[in-house]
Design a protein around this ligand. Structure first.
Ligand SMILES: NC(=O)c1ccc[n+]([C@@H]2O[C@H](COP(=O)([O-])OP(=O)(O)OC[C@H]3O[C@@H](n4cnc5c(N)ncnc54)[C@H](O)[C@@H]3O)[C@@H](O)[C@H]2O)c1
Length: 317
């Protein structure tokens, strides 16, 4: 199968190519950045198109030249940067999905997978969060993701494109997303290993929903491969669990007892995290396409810390 992966050099994209290439898919990466977030042998086996998602012709041409069957659309400007560079985020996130959907239509692409976010919902939400809760995001990033989902569903109804979206919670990864109020979930591991200390900008009991990166990658494959007849909707929520700084302190200290953890709650970020739900209703993904997390907090902490320690040791050699 020929797969186009926009944003394929990024945090999630550079990891998603690994199982795709390993199972025999031919992957074409479309990104402005040719250096992968995570280098791999599989990345080198992909075709690479250096292109800008706002360039309609470039993406249409790539889809046609490469005879693309499926598109994974991950290229975007993320939440923290979007608030800093609103015009850029609006252009890339809005024009990006419009151009990718149009390229899919013109190129006869069968499936289109969109990487969305729980930031589509806004704040002061009930927990567990019902999937059909109103979507009134409070960030520009969330606004562009709601619009992207709506446009994709329009292409489904109007042109028959098999559009599917996943709304991710905070994705924990070694060197994961380090912008936005949810960054502590990855940052605590990084600073614990690199500096031996971390100061949470939240209370120990502030809580947000998370998923581990390996499970997020698994979810992309599951939703892509699910038979269309199993789908009861076009956009799905997933999460593994809610997590608090206090729980993260416990798993970090169990592995790195010397690490100094402190708390200095910062009012704005604390209020933001407090307004997010602790738990998500993701039973539609579980029932329709078999979503199931494979990592609990302990296994995730083992893997993140081991990866960061290996990277630290090799950078000192
Ligand atoms: N990481 C998370 O916690 C998280 C959570 C929810 C949703 N998501 C979504 O998943 C997707 C991937 O996230 P990520 O963490 O890998 O982000 P990332 O910033 O690491 O990757 C985004 C990629 O998009 C590329 N890109 C940006 N603008 C472009 C343009 N104009 N043309 C071509 N390429 C462009 C970047 O070069 C980068 O490689 C995004 O759509 C994001 O909104 C991520």
């Amino acid at each position: 199968m020929n797969i186009l992966l926009t944003g394929g050099s990024g945090n999630l994209g550079s990891r998603l190519i690994v199982p795709l290439v390993q199972r025999g898919d031919r992957v074409v990466i479309f990104d402005m950045q040719d250096k992968p977030f995570i280098p791999s042998a599989e990345f080198k086996q992909c075709a690479f198109v250096r292109g800008d998602l706002t360039d309609r012709e470039a993406i249409v041409q790539t889809v046609q030249d490469e005879k693309i069957d499926s598109i994974f659309h991950l290229g975007a400007i993320l939440s923290a940067q979007a608030e800093q560079e609103r015009d850029k985020a609006w252009t890339i996130n809005m024009e990006g999905i419009r151009n990718a959907l149009e390229a899919a239509r013109l190129g006869g692409v069968k499936k289109f997978i969109f990487s969305s976010t729980l930031a589509t919902y806004g704040s002061n939400l009930p927990s567990p969060l019902d999937i059909d809760s109103p979507m009134w995001p409070q960030s520009l990033y969330g606004v562009t993701k709601v619009a992207g989902e709506l446009l994709g569903v329009y292409y489904h109804h109007r042109f028959g494109l098999d559009f599917r979206a996943i709304r991710f919670p905070s994705v924990i990864a070694p060197r994961g997303m380090l912008g936005g109020a949810g960054r502590f979930t990855s940052e605590v591991f990084l600073e614990a290993v690199e500096k031996g200390a971390y100061e949470f900008y939240l209370r120990p009991d502030s809580s947000i929903p998370i998923v581990y990166i390996a499970d997020a990658i698994k979810s992309f494959l599951l939703i892509h491969d699910a038979p269309e007849k199993n789908l009861t909707r076009r956009s799905y929520n997933i999460h593994a669990r809610g997590v608090t700084p206090g729980e993260l302190e416990t798993v970090v200290k169990a592995r790195l007892p010397h690490v100094k953890i402190t708390y200095q709650p910062e009012p704005i970020q604390t209020a933001m995290v407090d307004s997010w739900p602790h738990s998500i209703d993701d039973r539609h993904a579980r029932e329709d396409w078999g979503w199931q997390e494979t990592y609990d907090l302990e296994r995730m902490a083992d893997e993140v810390i081991a990866t960061l320690q290996k990277q630290k040791d090799s950078s000192h050699e």
